[in-house]
Design a protein around this ligand. Structure first.
Ligand code: UDP
Length: 248
């Protein structure tokens, strides 16, 4: 039986660290292949998918700044790292027959196309997975903000934030056995309580544009597809009424 997905067009945000597996640095191709398979499942459901991948597995601008270097140059290096990751994911997608294109916020025409909202919409309408590389194209921003920005630009009805755990918890579940997972919270609550799921700029942008954020585990095979179909473990962050934490 064909399941009608709950979403029409989404942006998936995964941190660069999600791609490195157990390696501690760089890209573990088997992990990228697995994430590509989850995206393929979403496409098979008919959901249009845009993707923003971070760069933290390769480089973060603050690493330069913390050693007295120039933050802006460091951030440029971080943005380049996101392009490397996006090219890796495109390769994995194409390998399994998913049409995918990288659009970069920083022009590098020999490697990939430059981002424009119109081009992104056109590719998505054609059913291609669009990988938004280069973050926002500006220093002092993050790929979380880029993901919220692109979600707003393409009119996404969900921003999927893939994390290390399966939702937003009242405390770090890896450190506190009493931590409980929220089923449903609001953008306001996330900002008020400083729940560090995405940076403040990203949450504010999502709130202003009424985009729900779905926090889920990027490591759970099939997890993305399950949530798109209306099941699966996640925390829903939206404008609606917040509820008590769910039992884990
Ligand atoms: N970055 C930036 N502007 C952006 C997005 C990213 O300067 O719009 C740089 C910044 O240095 C950041 C790095 O790229 O540290 C990697 O992005 P991020 O830290 O968001 O990656 P993640 O933590 O998701 O792997």
């Amino acid at each position: 039986m064909r399941v009608t997905p709950r979403y029409r067009r989404v942006v998936l945000k995964a941190s660069g660290e999600a791609l490195m597996g157990d390696q501690g640095f760089g890209i573990d191709v088997s992990v990228v292949d697995r994430i590509a398979a989850d995206i393929a499942e979403a496409r098979a459901l008919g959901v249009e998918v845009g993707v923003v991948i971070g760069g933290g597995n390769i480089f973060r601008g603050v690493a330069v700044a913390s050693k007295g270097g120039d933050r802006v140059t460091g951030d440029h290096m971080g943005m380049l790292a996101t392009v490397i990751n996006s090219l890796a994911l495109r390769t994995s997608l194409v390998k399994i027959g998913v049409d995918a294109v990288v659009l970069s916020a920083v022009a590098m025409p020999e490697l990939c196309e430059s981002f424009s909202q119109r081009q992104a919409m056109s590719y998505m309408n054609q059913g291609k997975v669009v990988l938004f590389a280069g973050g926002t194209g500006n220093p002092f921003f993050t790929t979380d903000s880029a993901a919220a920005l692109r979600a707003a630009e393409i009119g996404a009805d969900g921003l999927f934030k893939g994390t290390q755990v399966d939702g937003v918890y009242s405390a770090d579940p890896r450190k506190d056995s009493n931590a409980v997972r929220y089923e449903h919270i609001t953008h306001d609550q996330v900002m008020r309580e400083g729940l560090g799921i995405m940076d403040t700029a990203a949450i504010a942008l999502a709130r202003e544009n009424h985009i729900p954020i779905i926090v889920f585990s990027i490591h759970e095979e099939g997890g993305f597809g399950a949530i798109l179909k209306g099941s699966g473990r996640c925390t829903m962050v939206d404008d609606g009424a917040a509820t008590e934490p769910a039992k884990p």
